[in-house]
Design a protein around this ligand. Structure first.
Ligand code: NAD
Ligand code: UD1
Length: 315
């Protein structure tokens, strides 16, 4: 029997992917150590889901997984997903974000009939390189352990295609948002933290948002449903073999502007406390998505539409 493996499938993006794969009738194996992911994110009652509580940076776990299941596709999303967390603990980040990738690649290499291995890389690899929007061939300038490991992993993933003919592709996600993103860590994605604070204040509980820096830093925020469509497209396209693609909307917005839009949607005037910029924080970031457009991708959600969807899911 053939399965699709989703590492990090109990996490934010992974769980959305799992749901879409199940809707498409696939059988899915999830490998996740629940460090950030949650069991409640996964439809465990669905007979086509197998959940493995395990660590991708544990060689034995990965060996056993491939010993037990035969994979048609692999989506490798498990990672320490926070830039700030990687600065706090580079060693743990490296074990998961880099070692975990190599272990999966080595096992995937032994499996002769794999159709695709897709790796979740990040826009963080561009750092503060000057070119905007960021193109896939823009200067790479990783500023943090997170970004270094993402870039190194991405190169390994693509080199396994050129050296060993493993059918691999990589995607560089820009800033993804939507329901299911865990807001409970200071290192969680900014829109999940904002949603949490807006909800608290809506209910009359004073709960301020900490803004790092002047709020003029920009990001390309993409709604998770669009990201899943991009992932599936890349996993099916012949043109994407051995290549890396930006996944964003192609639009940038400052944190200040994004917060204003979200305040309007939620009807909450958010209390904000200002802190200094975070170390390793990127100032300006948005994607050139021509390559992804060329294989048929067009984002469906504008920021205000995605935020409205997210807000309605949460309240
Ligand atoms: P997330 O933290 O919600 O999901 C990551 C999942 O991996 C979690 O469920 C976590 O429990 C699991 N995990 C962590 N370490 C593990 C380990 N050692 N073994 C097994 N499982 C482990 O984050 P996300 O936002 O869903 O990110 C998914 C992927 O996309 C990550 O690789 C992240 O780096 C990448 N990415 C995310 C964004 C974004 O904006 N969210 C942007 C660029 C890239
Ligand atoms: C995010 C992703 C990372 C991904 C990268 C790609 C998360 C946790 N991080 O990193 O996986 O590789 O996009 O571009 O999903 N901020 C605040 N207050 C807060 C939290 C954040 O002001 O409480 C600011 C940050 O300093 C930063 C911006 O919001 O300037 C975005 O932060 P964050 O959501 O952590 O994302 P990135 O660091 O861009």
């Amino acid at each position: 029997m053939k399965y699709t493996l989703v590492t990090g499938g109990a996490g934010f993006i992974g769980s959305h992917l799992v749901k879409r794969l199940l809707e498409d009738g696939e059988k899915v194996v999830i490998l996740d150590n629940l460090s950030m992911g949650k069991l409640s994110n996964i439809p465990l009652e669905n007979k086509n889901v197998i959940f493995v509580n395990g660590d991708v940076s544990d060689r034995k776990t990965v060996n056993e997984l491939f010993g037990k299941y035969n994979f048609d596709k692999i989506f490798h999303l498990a990672a320490v997903a926070s830039v700030a967390a990687s600065i706090k603990d580079p060693e743990k980040t490296h074990q998961t974000n880099f070692n975990g990738t190599i272990y999966l690649l080595e096992e995937a290499k032994k499996q002769k009939d794999l159709r695709r291995f897709v790796f979740a890389s990040s826009a963080a690899v561009y750092g503060n390189s000057l070119e905007l929007p960021k193109k896939e061939n823009s200067e790479i300038s990783p500023l943090t352990p997170y970004a270094i490991d993402k870039y190194a992993s991405e190169r390994y993933v693509l080199t396994y295609n050129s050296l060993y003919k493993l059918p691999t592709s990589a995607v560089r996600f820009f800033n993804v948002y939507g329901s299911g993103q865990n807001p409970n860590s200071p290192y969680s994605g900014v829109i999940s933290i904002l949603t949490d604070r807006l909800k608290a204040n809506k209910m009359g509980n004073y709960n301020p948002f900490i803004l790092y820096g002047d709020g003029k830093q920009t990001r390309d925020f993409i709604f998770v449903d669009d990201v899943i469509s991009a992932l599936l497209l890349v996993s099916e396209s012949n043109e994407s073999l051995g290549r890396v693609f930006n996944v964003g909307t192609g639009k940038q917005i400052s944190l200040n502007e994004m917060i204003s839009i979200y305040e309007e949607i939620s009807g909450v005037n958010l209390p904000i406390i200002n802190h200094k910029f975070r170390d390793g924080d990127i100032r300006e970031s948005y994607a050139d998505i021509s390559l992804l457009n060329n294989i048929g991708f067009k984002p469906k959600y504008k920021l205000n539409e995605g935020l409205l969807n997210y807000w309605n899911d949460e309240i």
